[in-house]
Design a protein around this ligand. Sequence first.
Ligand code: GDP
Length: 296
Amino acid sequence: MASALTDKLSRLVKQMSGQARITESNVQDMLREVRMALLEADVALPVVRDFIARVKDKALGQEVLGSLKPGQALVGIVNRELAATMGEGVADINLAAQPPAVILMAGLQGAGKTTTTAKLAKHLIEKRKKKVLTVSGDVYRPAAIEQLKTVTGQAGAEWFPSTPEQKPLAIARAALDYARKHFFDVLLVDTAGRLAIDEALMQEIKELHAALNPVETLFVVDAMQGQDAINTAKAFKEALPLTGIVLTKLDGDSRGGAALSVRQVTGAPIKFAGVSEKIDGLEVFDAERHAGRILG
Ligand code: GDP
């Protein structure tokens, strides 16, 4: 495994050569490099601390201390721990509900909710052979409703009309009623976002959740958000019982440390990754590959 971190650790180990064997303090030095790598990848500081504490015991075990290549051994441990932390949980969408299964999309404005709603619609149509309806509860931005209409068309799903004059709850109830009467398998509900956490917005999405009883409540988060992702995730986790995360814009140049922060704070599995603006730019999240990316 050749990564920037492995190189750094190899250099550290070279400086230690001449010593009879690797010591605990050498391991501490190596862990400091791991810490730097995670911070550079924009993993939030408290999450980094927790993570390092968890790998420390393992790092002080024989696998590293007794190894001929302690740097590589440590990277191996870190990689496995990262992948295990991010990879726990069910990957695909849960549809185990009396149809229509409702999926509620939550997240800040610009995170990629609307785009992801359409991507998921396409995924459910093509991979799960479902009949899918979408609806927008974003009554504050008429453009958002139109945007959902356009991308839903691209996905080959049906779009339920809504207008800025309506209340989000009324829209959601009407869409659910329509979905029942027309035998849809899935109803995807796109919601309003704000540029920052907002009490009124949280209240509104809580009410939507209570009325719709969704089988999935997905938190959509922009991988480029970096350190801030932890605060956004905390706020949404407090408001809603999140069942999964979609990490968008992984085609950007961020190292994607937000994945670890958001996973740790919400406890919800990362189900999908957004990898382009296009309708087919959605992939099942690959924790192992992502661990490599975070470590650089
Ligand atoms: P919303 O406000 O949360 O509904 O966000 P949108 O779905 O409108 O997305 C905001 C912007 O991010 C749009 O320009 C999307 O095309 C873009 N976007 C969403 N997901 C991705 C992604 O995975 N990769 C890239 N490159 N752009 C994305």
